[in-house]
Design a protein around this ligand. Structure first.
Ligand code: 13P
Length: 247
């Protein structure tokens, strides 16, 4: 089970106190076999990674450029993240797909770059509300995986995060049946692309301590990608500790 926190564009040096509380409580989660990853904004990655050296909390980035270095003002490469102590990076988050017009093809390049840089790639997929209303959710997610998750990735360092766009930051979540259906669908697609290699599938979108137990108990849900509730140590750990024991 993997619980990943995406701080998005939140956090300043005072957030280190909250991160310190996460580190202090992390052993409660690791004792239950739960992996924790926190993805702060770029400017806090090195600080967090330095603090986390004594803990089981891994630190990740929220995006990376496809190239390892070069003339790309404002961008950060996977290699640079790794050099700062990151071990993972989120790519293809819907906010980047929307705010920065990221295509599946670009996300595929970033996922490849993440692993080239030695990082675990957390690739996000998910339908919009209009696509779900039109009955296209399953097809949209299939297309996103086919086009943004290259088959030559190392499945052991690959995580798929299913984040329905309409559930992000809204307090709304799909029904448990809809989560189960989508995660089974994603599992089938991944099995076709990475034979016999388990890839973890996270659910993301308005996960809170109050709904985590029910969501994390669903078949093929191997963890959560948490936005708002990952900013507070008690909420983040509350979600992790709500995870049921799974084989
Ligand atoms: P919320 O948990 O705030 O809905 O955000 C989910 C998300 O986008 C994580 O990447």
């Amino acid at each position: 089970m993997l619980i990943a926190g995406n701080w998005k564009m939140n956090g300043d040096p005072s957030s280190m106190e909250e991160f310190g509380r996460m580190i202090a409580r992390a052993p409660e989660a690791t004792a239950k076999g739960i992996d924790l990853v926190v993805c702060p904004p770029f400017v806090l990655i090195a600080k967090c990674a330095d603090r986390a050296t004594v803990s089981k909390v891994e630190v990740g980035g929220q995006d990376c450029h496809p190239e390892p270095s070069g003339a790309h003002t404002g961008d950060i490469s996977a290699e640079m993240l790794a050099a700062c102590g990151a071990t993972a990076v989120i790519v293809g988050h819907s906010e980047r797909r929307t705010d920065h017009n990221e295509t599946d093809a670009l996300v595929a390049e970033k996922a490849t770059a993440a692993q080239r840089g030695g990082l675990m790639a957390i690739v996000c997929v998910g339908e919009t509300e209009a696509q779900r209303d039109q009955g296209e959710a399953l097809a949209v997610v299939k297309r996103q995986i086919e086009n943004s998750v290259p088959t030559n990735l190392d499945p052991a360092r690959l995580v798929i995060a299913y984040e329905p766009v309409w559930a992000i930051g809204t307090g709304r979540t799909p029904s448990i049946d809809d989560i189960a259906q989508m995660h089974a669908h994603i599992r089938t697609i991944l099995e076709g692309r990475f034979a016999n290699a388990p890839v973890r599938i996270l659910y993301g979108g308005s996960v809170k301590p109050g709904n985590a137990a029910e969501i994390l108990a669903v078949d093929n849900v191997d963890g959560a990608l948490v936005g708002g509730a990952s900013l507070k140590a008690d909420d983040f750990l509350g979600i992790a500790l709500a995870a049921p024991a799974k084989s």
